[in-house]
Design a protein around this ligand. Structure first.
Ligand code: CP
Length: 337
């Protein structure tokens, strides 16, 4: 895969060598993300961080990653403050914004919208999430987290046993992650969801064709035993025709410390792309798991900065220049990591 100047629209662009390259550069970003060193390698460079659907971590961590490389960020946070609300097309919007930026991240609720936007853009575009379709940078940070968590237990992604739980039909993070995991060997997937929210048959067929074992279940307790990773997801209520319909599925799968202790093997890692729905009628990952050392959700969000820095460095062809302008930080830095 040639990263330089490329759009990142789908995880189908990646093979294992490309993933390894992203992870190798991400590892090298650690002193900058940890606020031990500062680099100015992207000084003068501008990111257009165009989010037309709600986001906390993807938008802010893409912006943070770009700032940490020395670049500047311009952003939109919703449709109603952009000219899309006046009927402007993706074509015109992309032509305009790509005149103001060196690289663009875009999120929109319509599947395929980022591809359409990218085809008119004059600069590289990264998919920050298009409807229920794909979320490539989330899947890369999830895979990076899985690799690191498993390494701590002497395991690798090949042979992984993962249970994916919740709204697997609408979860774009799940879709992209399953495709990436499909590139590895002998992954055992347990898909836990109500039948109406099951993973699309095209994803299951792809995994089975690649030789992976796929088991489906409507019951969480049996499905989470013998898993290395639990990947819990939120009911994607914004994809449902009505709130009442989404509410039918809320709270179906609730994981708390007592269930974890009873059913999971020691050191089973708990992941979630976040946001977790912590309202009483959902509470999919209980707060009593917050002190569980195997709860990796905030290691995922921290890893997102490393992965997004790596993507920018590779696309803008500065991966091997980051250290050239490095200096130690001169301010107090809290120990975040
Ligand atoms: N995981 C994720 O995409 O979170 P945000 O919606 O907050 O960006």
């Amino acid at each position: 895969m040639n990263f330089i100047g490329s759009h990142i629209l789908s995880v189908t662009q990646f093979d294992r060598a490309a993933i390894d390259r992203v992870f190798e550069v991400a590892d090298r970003m650690s002193p900058y993300a940890n606020r031990q060193k500062v680099t100015r390698v992207l000084e003068g460079c501008i990111l257009g961080n165009m989010f037309f659907e709600p986001s906390t971590r993807t938008r802010v961590s893409f912006g943070c990653a770009f700032n940490l490389l020395g670049g500047e960020v311009r952003e939109t946070t919703e449709i109603k403050t952009s000219a899309l609300a006046k009927g402007e097309s993706f074509y015109d919007t992309a032509r305009v914004l790509s005149g103001y930026s060196d690289v663009i991240v875009m999120r929109h609720r319509i599947e395929g919208s980022v591809d359409e936007f990218a085809s008119a853009s004059r600069v590289p575009v990264l998919n920050g999430g298009d409807g229920s379709n794909e979320h490539p940078s989330q899947a890369l940070l999830d895979l990076y987290t899985i690799k690191k968590e498993l390494a701590g237990h002497g395991k690798s992604i090949d042979g992984l046993r993962i249970a994916l739980i919740g709204d697997l039909r609408n979860g774009r993070a799940v879709h992209s992650l399953c495709r990436l995991l499909g590139l590895y060997q002998d992954v055992h997937f347990t898909l836990i969801s109500p039948p109406e929210l099951s993973l699309g048959p095209e994803y299951i067929a792809g995994l089975q064709a690649a030789g992976h074992e796929v088991v489906r279940s409507e019951k969480m307790h049996a499905g989470i035993s013998h898993a290395d990773i639990l990947y819990v997801t939120r009911t994607q209520e914004e994809r449902f025709p009505s709130q009442a319909e989404a509410d039918r599925y809320k709270g179906l799968f609730r994981l708390n410390q007592s269930i974890y202790t009873e059913y999971c093997e020691p050191n089973t890692v708990i992941m979630h792309p976040l946001p977790r729905d912590s309202r009483d009628n959902a509470n999919e990952l209980d707060n009593d798991l917050n002190e569980n050392p195997n709860l990796a959700i905030f290691r995922q969000t921290d890893n997102g900065v490393l992965i997004r820095m790596a993507l920018f460095a590779l696309i803008l062809d500065v991966a091997d220049q980051v250290d050239d302008t490095a200096r130690d930080v001169n301010w107090y830095t809290a120990k975040r990591f």
